[in-house]
Write a protein that binds this ligand. Structure first.
Ligand SMILES: O=C(CO)[C@H](O)[C@H](O)COP(=O)(O)O
Length: 205
């Protein structure tokens, strides 16, 4: 099980500083959607140069123009780009095709998806990496619930990641669900001592 650091609502300087401080405890680094909107693909390029050994996730949250946006992410050095699960099948197929050309991967963000039918369709399209996601705005009305995992049947050959306000209190229950990757943003990035929290989380994992 891997720990992914999500860098959201941060300046470039903060992204670099927190990644450096926590690099011994994290496996994957995600450049958040808002950070990409602020700095463009240059921050993905810079983060890959600074942290070449980390799996770099560009949280593009693509929902259309899949081929173009996947090329943007992979050309900048991302190992993984994200695509929304509700996108047209054509968008999912195009991004998967581009990812194969680059030897990279696509993570499908399941935000808003509540049916097993869409999961089956995604698998049939060739998807092998998904993100169970309890959204930032939803977190204002409650915290992540384990029933998110009900969407995934144990016999499915999917790498499952999980995100959404995960903190030291909720982490143990999440780990028991055995996801491939636990994605943590604000619990680390907004902490007084990000490295201490990341170290504790990696210890649990
Ligand atoms: O994709 C995201 C928001 O859309 C975040 O990266 C994800 O939710 C993790 O951050 P946090 O732990 O702060 O919720």
């Amino acid at each position: 099980m891997k720990l992914q650091l999500a860098l959201d609502r941060l300046s470039k300087g903060e992204c670099l500083k927190i990644s450096k401080e926590t690099q011994n405890y994290i496996d994957w680094i995600e450049i958040g959607t808002g950070v990409i909107k602020e700095y463009g693909m240059s921050i993905v390029r810079e983060m890959k140069e600074k942290f070449p050994d980390k799996v770099l996730v560009a949280d593009m949250k693509t929902c259309d123009a899949g081929k173009h946006e996947a090329i943007q992410a992979f050309e900048a050095g991302a190992d993984i780009t994200t695509v929304m699960a509700f996108s047209a099948d054509r968008t999912i197929k195009d991004t998967l095709e581009v990812s194969r050309d680059y030897g990279a991967r696509v993570m499908i963000d399941l935000l808003g998806i509540s049916t097993q039918q869409r999961i089956n369709e995604l698998i049939n399209l060739g998807v092998d990496l998904v993100s169970l996601h309890y959204g930032k705005d939803m977190q204002q009305d409650g915290s992540i619930h384990l029933n998110l995992f009900d969407l995934i049947r144990s016999d499915e050959k999917l790498d499952v990641t999980v995100a959404g306000g995960i903190n030291l209190d909720t982490l143990p229950a999440i780990i028991r669900e055995n996801p491939s990757v636990v994605i943590v943003g604000s619990a680390i990035t907004k902490a007084n001592n990000p490295a201490a929290i990341a170290r504790k989380m990696k210890g649990f994992i």
